[in-house]
Ligand binder design. Structure first.
Ligand code: CUA
Length: 154
């Protein structure tokens, strides 16, 4: 079969781009450990308020480690105000009681989805003291833009 010259050039560019894409994906996935969420814990969204293992609040889990349990629901986060010391390793453990919400702390890498029936965790160390805004960044209904909480790093 005969390919015109330009066709061959474009095929080479297309094949090259695909090869670059697969190499980058391979480096991220196998070399750097970036993966889709897996081994996620599940929880019953219907009975979340009665679940003794999922009461909203801050718990110290080690010398400089804290775990914050959060329940998101339209249109608030519980707890609405979270206090942690500066420099501590903070793990947020959260779920939703109703629909899919977002959990974003601007100016940090904390940005996850909060899904009913699933437990989302993310760990971050806040070095700088101050008040951080926590926002819902998944459209969840008519009060979505009001859905926020505050993180006070002391
Ligand atoms: Cu919750 Cu938007």
């Amino acid at each position: 079969m005969h390919f015109p010259r330009y066709e061959k050039i474009w095929l080479a560019i297309g094949g090259g781009a695909l090869a670059v894409f697969l190499i980058v994906l391979g480096i991220y996935g196998f070399g750097m450990g970036f993966n889709t969420p897996h081994d996620t814990q599940t929880v019953d969204a219907q009975t979340i308020s009665q679940n003794p293992n999922f009461q909203p609040g801050v718990k110290q889990t080690g010398p400089n480690r804290y775990e914050v349990t959060i329940v998101a629901r339209t249109f608030s986060f519980a707890p609405a105000v979270i206090q942690v010391p500066a420099g501590a390793e903070v793990t947020f453990r959260m779920t939703s009681a109703d629909v899919v919400h977002g959990f974003e702390i601007p100016q940090t890498n904390v940005n996850v989805m909060v899904v009913p029936g699933q437990v989302t965790t993310i760990t971050h160390t806040f070095e700088k003291p101050g008040n951080y805004l926590i926002l819902c960044n998944e459209y969840c209904g008519t009060g979505h833009q009001l859905m926020q909480a505050q993180l006070q790093v002391q």
